[in-house]
Design a protein around this ligand. Structure first.
Ligand SMILES: [Zn+2]
Length: 284
């Protein structure tokens, strides 16, 4: 089984003590490639620096999350554009709108979102060459769709990451031809139950999986780690639950989400695992 975690906040300080071990555990669980989320002025350059340390395995996004929208100055925009010149930065975002927490004023959120959509527009000459978008939307669906529609015909592919919305919102996203990212929110018996039924309606070529680590530890992981930190290895648990809800075997869901993610972010095939002395094939 080969999995791609399309959203992992691996520059988060909770990974500072043991980041290499976290990456190794992910690899051991079948996570062959990961897209490191860049979500602020501070963490977007850090995501690129981390991706550079493991070419072919780690990739980065660069963007400013709506929580940080107040920091989106002209200087910040220039910094984001500079990051997007690097080929390891494979998507624009995380950007979008969050009216659930409202940590930044809504007009500032909309402005930062629009500025980043313009970066995506400017990143290529056509939909086929423009960078894809890694989008965040919470409790802001109507405004989110309205902002996106102002850019109709000028954007490439887009994924609504960590989708948690309603059936109506899901079908509106699919009608716009957006991709859907599913996290361990699915495994939350308090607030994710509605997703259990909805996920079967997402076409395989629009569906991708993500941990959003260190956030959103799947609540059905047993035993739950005492520190409550999520990490890429739990993607294997998420895809099992997702496959069950879709009525597929896990190999089918894993292969389809991996193929969709690789096409969406235009990732190369992963390097073959290094041959070690203990490999029974190696000495033949
Ligand atoms: Zn998000």
């Amino acid at each position: 089984m080969q999995l791609i975690d399309i959203g992992a906040n691996l520059t988060h300080e909770s990974f500072d003590p043991d980041r290499d071990a976290v990456l190794q555990r992910g690899r051991d669980a079948g996570v062959v490639q990961m897209v490191v989320t860049g979500a602020s002025r501070e963490h977007s350059p850090a995501a690129l620096e981390l991706a550079k340390t493991r070419p072919g395995e780690l990739f980065a996004t660069a963007g400013v999350h709506p929580h940080h929208a107040a920091e989106y100055s002209a200087q910040c925009d220039a910094e984001m554009r500079a990051l997007h010149a690097h080929p390891l930065v494979v998507a624009v975002g995380e950007c979008g709108l969050d009216y659930f927490r409202d940590l930044a004023p809504r007009p500032a959120q909309r402005r930062a979102f629009e500025m980043q959509l313009q970066i995506a527009v400017d990143s290529g000459q056509s939909a086929a060459t423009r960078k894809p978008l890694f989008l965040h939307q919470r409790d802001a669906h109507e405004d989110f769709v309205a902002v996106m529609r102002n850019f109709d015909g000028r954007l490439g592919a887009a994924v609504v990451h960590c989708f948690t919305g309603t059936r109506k919102e899901l079908f509106e996203c699919l009608d716009q031809d957006w991709h859907i990212g599913i996290t361990g929110w699915l495994c939350d018996e308090r607030r994710g139950l509605h997703l259990r039924e909805l996920v079967r309606h997402i076409p395989a070529h629009r569906l991708m999986i993500e941990t959003d680590a260190p956030y959103l530890l799947p609540r059905s992981v047993k035993p739950a780690p005492s520190h409550r930190r999520n990490e890429p290895m739990y993607l294997a648990h998420i895809v099992e639950e997702l496959a069950r809800d879709r009525g597929e075997d896990v190999a089918t869901t894993a292969a389809a989400t991996t193929a969709t993610a690789r096409a969406f972010f235009r990732l190369p095939a992963p390097h073959p695992p290094a041959l070690h002395g203990s490999d029974p094939q190696a000495g033949a």
